[in-house]
Design a protein around this ligand. Structure first.
Ligand code: ZN
Length: 298
């Protein structure tokens, strides 16, 4: 098995070709979805995998050399969902809360750089184009998947701490309602793998930002101050806040009108499971996971 904690069995694990996890809740609705790992292939019988899957061009890489590799890998992942890179839409992910409504003309292979002007500074996508494939990237920042089987529309957002602070899942839900007439009570939402609260140390300014933008009660709910330790391991004054992105995005989804029974939240931490997943905090810049969602139902 892939090495990760999955106490609630909210994921199905696929190791036939390029390995990935999928949300059981979305699988049951017939909505193709995935979250990739660092593995190119994996053999469950020997519990050994070939690591090094590259799905996004990193800043340190030669774009011309990396582009064909990452596009081919994303095409392989997409094909496992019955889609292809020809149906894909990505964003350049700048930690905004901006969401873009994808049209048919937006679909097709793109490099993460050199996107058209209207798709710059975007961290969330929504669409009602049948068969459209939405892709987001994350190496600790969780993706949030949205799907409305009634209006046949989907959304996918990149929710790092800034996107979470600015409630990007709600921005996507609002746009789905405005554009496609979605009722939040019909929408299913899944918070994907990302860094856990234990691993996510933040500066006091992040606590202050949540206290200001949300409320002090909310900030106390989603952030906790971990005591500082001396060399002997004893608690000493000081310490750092830790942010629970899962709890924060869960709050946003509920407040946006998503029903409890339509929400799945990953308990998989990319940093705690850095053997299986790329983690920015664990490895700095290596690569990232792809989150994919196809606008197809049943
Ligand atoms: Zn962790």
């Amino acid at each position: 098995m892939l090495r990760y904690s999955d106490k609630n069995d909210i994921f199905n694990i696929h190791t036939d070709a390029v390995p990935y996890l999928s949300f059981d809740m979305l699988d049951r609705l017939g909505i193709p979805n995935l979250f990739s790992t660092r593995f190119i292939s994996y053999d469950p019988s020997s519990e050994k995998g070939t690591a090094g899957l590259r799905v996004v061009i990193m800043k340190t890489e030669d774009r011309d050399e990396a582009a064909p590799v990452v596009l081919k890998n994303r095409d392989r992942l997409a094909k496992q969902l019955g889609s292809s890179i020809e149906m894909e839409c990505i964003t350049n992910q700048k930690h905004t809360a901006n969401v873009y409504a994808v049209e048919k003309e937006d679909l097709g292979p793109r490099y993460p750089h050199g996107l058209p002007e209207k798709r710059q500074r975007i961290d969330g996508l929504v669409t009602d184009v049948p068969g459209a494939l939405l892709t987001a990237f994350g190496g600790d920042c969780p993706p949030v998947y949205l799907a409305d089987p009634v209006k046949k529309a989907v959304g996918l957002v990149h929710a790092g701490w800034r996107g979470t602070l600015n409630r990007i899942p709600e921005a996507a839900i609002d746009l789905m309602s405005e554009r496609y007439g979605c009722d939040p009570s019909d929408i299913y939402a899944a918070v994907g793998p990302g860094i856990c609260g234990e691993c996510y140390e933040m500066g006091d300014e992040v606590y202050d930002a949540f206290a200001l933008e949300w409320s002090r009660e909310d900030a106390d709910l989603i952030m906790k101050k971990y005591p500082a330790k001396d060399t002997a391991g004893n608690d000493i004054p000081g310490g750092k806040y830790h942010l629970d992105l899962r709890k924060a995005n869960l709050l946003t989804l509920k407040r946006a009108g998503i029903l409890d029974e339509h929400i799945a939240v990953s308990n998989v931490c990319t940093r705690c499971n850095a053997d299986t997943f790329y983690s920015y905090r664990a490895h700095r810049i290596e690569n990232e996971q792809a989150a994919m969602l196809v606008n197809r139902f049943g």
